[in-house]
Design a protein. Structure first.
Length: 396
């Protein structure tokens, strides 16, 4: 039986391990943390995206539309909480109407059930919302992605996979006889293939394997608030702004969770450490590595003013954060929100300063490296896993 090592125990790494196991491969999953889904998967908004944002024909569009159906079906099959609630994307100014129209066209092209509605109809869904027009998207859902991972771990354990927490990869070498050697603190694993789903450290893992990645991971922190319990009645479902088409982030939005709480966010600021969930989380190594990368300075020249400064101000000011939410729901005031926590997004950045918008998956002999898997990667995890396994088979 062939053997494959998967590095990374988030939803994508576990989905790849599950798909490999289904194909008759013996899988070892290595996760450096003491628990599964410790970083991006465990800190995201738990939204199953519909696929309307992405350029028709792009990898993201294809994966997201199919992934929406498959992850919901998986959750229902395995008893994982999920609710198909739909969402509103709202235009609050005249200048956003053209972008909303483009979103509606993309939704139609991608096969996403969505329709443009007026403010009166929008208030039937969300009585407190403010908009000139809105896009009603029917297939958006909320889910517990950490619970999805727990279900996958149970599946993999039952199938005989070798699942290892607290196991950091220290080195890798190609074997002259074929395959890869993966070095950990306790042993050297000899395997026929390698899949790198290391998220925030994916580019470093690729370099350990002797691969020169075409992009560098730059961490962006997204900070969340939640509405106080007595103000949760202001939001019934999911309310999103019209996103800036020049940025890969969707903007601060409001999401009613499965437990009835309402989360608000995230913003997007440069993290000072790859796993930097707070301003005080600083890594000299990570900062030095980013500072030496020419792509960062080219990105800064493009976005530092005014976008970057606005995001930092919003990070440091509850009043500004609440004002962003009030564009969507005017009744929200600073006193209505309390800090909830943060997530860190592994954003791939090219040397020319361009943010990688689509999934970026690179292949070497007996290896596949996932170098960019931002949202909707969790939504699309089962579909991406099939693609990765096909790529690994072709890399022999």
């Amino acid at each position: 039986m062939r053997s494959v090592v998967v590095i990374g125990g988030g939803i994508l790494g576990l989905s790849v391990a599950r798909e490999l196991t289904r194909r008759g491969t013996h899988v070892t999953v290595l996760e450096k943390e003491p628990r599964w889904a410790a970083h991006q998967t465990g800190h995201n908004s738990n939204v199953v995206h519909a696929g309307l944002y992405y350029r028709p024909g792009s990898f993201k569009a294809r994966m997201s539309v199919a992934g929406n159906r498959s992850i919901i079906a998986y959750a229902r099959e395995h008893g994982v909480p999920v609710e198909v609630c739909g969402k509103l994307v709202v235009a609050t100014s005249e200048r956003e109407l053209d972008a909303l129209r483009v979103l509606a066209e993309r939704a139609h092209a991608n096969g996403v059930p969505a329709s443009v509605i007026g403010p009166e109809r929008a208030r039937e869904y969300e009585p407190e919302v403010s908009c000139l027009r809105a896009l009603r998207v029917e297939s958006t859902a909320i889910i517990d992605f950490a619970a999805v991972c727990r279900a996958m771990v149970a599946e993999l354990t039952g199938a005989g996979a070798d699942l290892r927490l607290d196991t950091r990869v220290l080195g890798m070498h190609s074997r002259t006889s074929g395959g890869v050697e993966v070095v950990t603190a306790s042993e050297t694993l000899r395997t026929d293939g390698l899949v790198n789903c290391a998220g925030l450290h994916a580019d470093r893992v690729a370099r350990l394997a002797g691969v020169s990645p075409s992009a560098r991971i730059v961490p962006f922190r997204g900070e969340y608030y939640e509405l106080r319990p007595q103000r949760r009645n202001l939001v019934r479902g999911l309310i999103y702004p019209v996103p800036d088409p020049s940025l890969p982030f969707l903007g601060v939005h409001l999401t009613r969770m499965l437990d009835g709480s309402v989360h608000a966010g995230p913003n997007a600021v440069l993290a000072l450490r790859r796993e930097g969930y707070r301003w005080r989380d600083v890594s000299v190594r990570d900062l030095a590595e980013i500072a030496r990368y020419p792509g960062l300075w080219r990105l800064a020249r493009r976005y530092a003013l005014p976008t970057g400064i606005d995001e930092v101000r919003r990070s440091l000011s509850v009043r500004r954060f609440a004002a962003s939410l009030a564009r969507l729901v005017p009744a929200i005031r600073p006193a209505d929100i309390v800090p909830l926590g943060s997530g860190v997004r592994a954003q791939a950045l090219r040397p020319d300063g361009s943010l990688v918008d689509d999934f970026l998956i690179e292949r070497a002999r007996h290896q596949v490296h996932v170098l960019n898997a931002p949202s909707p990667a969790a939504t699309s995890a089962l579909q991406i896993a099939e693609h990765i396994c096909d790529s690994l088979a072709a890399s022999r």
